[in-house]
Design a protein around this ligand. Sequence first.
Ligand code: M6R
Length: 609
Amino acid sequence: MCGILGYIGKERALGTFLDGLSRLEYRGYDSCGVVGIKEGNFFLKKHPGKIHELRSGLKDFLEERFPIGIFHTRWATHGRPSQANAHPHLDCKSQIAIVHNGIIENYLALKDALIKEGHKFVSETDTEVVVHLIEKFYNGSLKDAVYKAIKKLHGSFSLGVISLKDPTRLIAVRKGSPLIVGLGKDGNFIASDIPAILPFAKEVVYLKDEEVAVIRSDKVEIFHFKGSSVKLEIERIRIKPQDAEKKGFEHFMLKEIHEQPEALKRIFSLYVKRNTIEFPYLNLDEKYVKSLKKIFITACGTAYHAGYVAKYFLEKYCDLDIEIDTSSEFRYRTLNVTKNDLLLTISQSGETADTLAAVRDMERHGVKVLSICNVEGSTLTKESDGIIFTHAGPEIGVASTKAYTAQIMVLVLLALYIGKIRKTIAEKDLKVMLRELSVLPEHQKEILAKINEVKKIAKEFSKFGCFLFLARGINYPSALEGALKLKEISYIPAEGYPAGEMKHGPIALIDEYRGVVCVAPKDFLYEKMISNMQEIKARKGKILAIVNCGDTQASRLSDAVIHCPQLKNNDFSPMLVAVGLQLFAYYVAKNLGCEIDQPRNLAKSVTVE
Ligand code: M6R
C-alpha cells in the first residue's frame, strides 16, 4: 500500500522524481522519503508527512540532478508515521538503501537474529530487516546479496535497492506486491504503478511474482527467484500523462465524478456493436455459459457494492444462483464448488490482496475466474481466466467514483450477454435495454448539472453527526455505497441499510440531529419506501431523498431532494443514484474542510491483508 519509484540513467532533477512520486500518493501518504547517489554519497531526506511538505523542505535542492535514486510514499503498517520509520532505510554503514511495499511477516525473528549479530536498527518497521540482511550477505555483488536476503523473507514485498558500492545498478524485486519496470529514452524506472512514470517512459515490463530485475541505465535483465533468466515482455503504455491530471478541478474526486458519462459511453461503444455484446478477453465459451449453475461474486469496498448490484441483475435476468461476499471473508470460507460454477471478481486496481487471494484459492479448486478490472497489466488481469476491462481511465481519488459506475455498466452488459446465451432474455427486450443503456451518460449529465443544488443541500446536512442511508432492492447497494462514500471522506459515521430492516434496530438512531438519506426511485418498492420515510418523519429524522424528476410523494416527506431522471428500466438506476450520492458526500466533506483526495488512514490500493 506504499508507493515506490526508482530510477537509473542520465541525470534527472530531484523535482521531477517528486512529481512522479506524487502520482503514487494515492497508495499511501503518511510519510515519504528520497535517496539519490551524488558524487559517491547518499543524498537522503525523509519526512513524516505528505510529499508537498517534503518538497517545501527541499526547495533549494529541486534542481539537483541524480543519475540513480529510489523514492517512497508510505502507508504505515509496522511503526507509526515518523521520520525514522519513513523509507528509504539504510544498512549500518549507510551504503545500501532500500524502499519496500508489502509486509515482512517474519521480521521479528529476523530482527532478533540480526541484532544478536551486531546490526543496529533505527526504526520500528518490518522493512529495515531487509536492508540489514542485504548488508550481511554482501560479498561484492548486490544482486547476489539481494537474492540471499529474499530467500529469508516471508510475506509480500516489492523492493527497490541501490548501493554506493555499485551505483551502476538498481535492483528491483517483486513478490506479492506490484512492481513495474519503465523503459525510458535516457534511463529506466521502477514504480508501483504506471502514473508515476507517465511523462518519462512509453514502454513497460510488468514484473511477475518472484522475479528480480537488474536495471542499468541502458539495460534491463529479469531473473526468476530460482535464478533462471526471464525474457522481457515489453508492452506499450496506453495511458496519456494528462489522464492522471486534475484538469482544472479542485480535486481528483470531483474530476472523476464528472468523467462518468464519458466512461459509460466509452464502455458501451467498446462492447456493444449493432445490438450485439462482445467481450474480447472473456474466454468463456457458450457451452460453459449455458452449463453455469452458480456465480460467486467477490470484491472489496466499492467494487463489492458494484458486485451487489450485479447480484440482483444476474438473478433476475440470467436464472442463476448468485452468492456474494467480501473477499476478506470469502477467502476463508468453506465452499462447495463445482466445475459449473464461476468466480466473478471486481477490482479497480487489480491489486487488492484479499481479492487476489480469493482468485488463487478458487483456481486451486478448478473454478474458472472472470474479473472486471480497470487497470491494464495489473496482477488480477494476469491471473484470471477471463477479463473485462472497465476502461474508466486512471482513478486517483482514494474514494472510488467513476470506477464504480463503470463496473456496474460492465456487469449489466455481462448479465445481458449471459442472458442472451442462456435464452433468459428475449432479443426484443435486449434491444430495448441496450437502447436505454446507451442514453444513460446523458442522464448522468442531467444530475451533474444540478451540482449547485447538491452543494446547498450538503451545506445544510453537514451539521448532522451521523447518517443512515436506506434503500430497497437493486438500490440497497446504492445505500451501502452512499454511506461508504460519506464516511470515508467526511469521517461522519454513516450506515447503509435495507430500508425494511430499519425497524429491526437502526430506527433507534433517528432523531432531529441525524440525517437519513432515502433512495426512493419510482419502482415497485416505492410505496414501501414511502412507508419507511413516514416512520422516519414521525421520529423527526431529517430526510434527504434521491427521487425521480416529477416525484411528489417522497418529496413531500423530505427536507431536501436530489432528482434523477426516471428510467423505463429502474434496474439501471444505481448508475444514476450514485452520481447524486457521490456529489453529496463530496460537498459535505468539502464543507467540513476534509482532505478529500487523501482521506486519513486510507490508501487506494490495499495490497496487504
Ligand atoms: O482496487 P479495488 O477496487 O479492488 O479496491 C477495493 C476497495 O479497497 C475500494 O473500493 C475502497 O473501498 C475505496 N476506498 C472506496 O471508495
